[in-house]
Design a protein around this ligand. Structure first.
Ligand SMILES: NC(=O)c1ccc[n+]([C@@H]2O[C@H](COP(=O)([O-])OP(=O)(O)OC[C@H]3O[C@@H](n4cnc5c(N)ncnc54)[C@H](OP(=O)(O)O)[C@@H]3O)[C@@H](O)[C@H]2O)c1
Length: 194
């Protein structure tokens, strides 16, 4: 089985955005060192427009061949007139309201989400699956998550959109690596304990 990785940005207190999900305060930390790290290690998570601006248009995908988003997250792209924000990956959007896919590269998952993710995980590929978010879909897919890559920005939100929109339950992970940056950002990678 290949891995489902929730790769996500959050505040020190574990919020992925303000109560509406807006995480734009984190953009201030996209400096040269951190952007260099993103470009060299996770270019597959940079949306098409960013890849073009960073000279990464044709960069290979080192980690993932697929991305899963909830419609809440995908809506941000739609609102900007973009139907395929991650055209270098296979795109999956969970939604019961979107109807037909607005883009040939996007598969809408409107049935059994967990079953579709399990089928994807069972596919034969050296690359993994990126769970982009947001909160609600991450909560629904928590049991399927094999790895967490958490970019923590040195800000406290006090309240906001949680990393997982889920009921209380304890799920154990083991810390695999921590990388720190001069601007105070840290990137932690955790493996699911099974
Ligand atoms: N900080 C970060 O790294 C990061 C990353 C990603 C997103 N975000 C933020 O997260 C926010 C969105 O998060 P969110 O929790 O509001 O929404 P979300 O999890 O992205 O999407 C929720 C939507 O997904 C669909 N969905 C959920 N479960 C489903 C299922 N079992 N079957 C079919 N469809 C299902 C539903 O869409 P329908 O209503 O269409 O049925 C639901 O409304 C955005 O504001 C974004 O900025 C932050």
């Amino acid at each position: 089985m290949r891995k489902l990785t929730y790769y996500v940005a959050c505040s020190i207190d574990g919020f992925i955005g303000d109560p509406q999900g807006d995480a734009s305060s984190m953009f201030a930390f996209l400096d040269e060192e951190f952007l260099g790290h993103l470009a060299s290690t996770y270019p597959d998570t940079i949306p098409a427009q960013g890849r073009e601006a960073m000279g990464l248009k044709d960069a290979e995908n080192p980690n993932f061949d697929s991305v899963i988003q909830g419609r809440g997250s995908y809506q941000l792209a739609l609102d900007a007139g973009i139907t395929s924000p991650y055209g270098h990956l296979r795109e999956f959007v969970a939604s019961r309201t979107l109807g037909a896919s607005p883009d040939p590269n996007v598969e809408v998952i409107d049935g059994d989400l967990v079953a579709r993710v399990r089928r994807l995980k069972a596919e034969d590929s050296k690359l993994g699956i990126w769970l982009c978010g947001g909160s609600r879909i991450a909560g629904e897919l928590l049991d399927e998550i094999d790895e967490l890559v958490i970019k923590t920005y040195p800000q406290v939100y006090g309240t906001g959109m949680p990393m997982f929109g889920a009921d209380f339950s304890v799920t154990d992970f083991s810390l695999e690596s921590v990388r720190t940056f001069a601007n105070g950002v840290l990137v932690r990678t955790y493996a699911r304990k099974r």
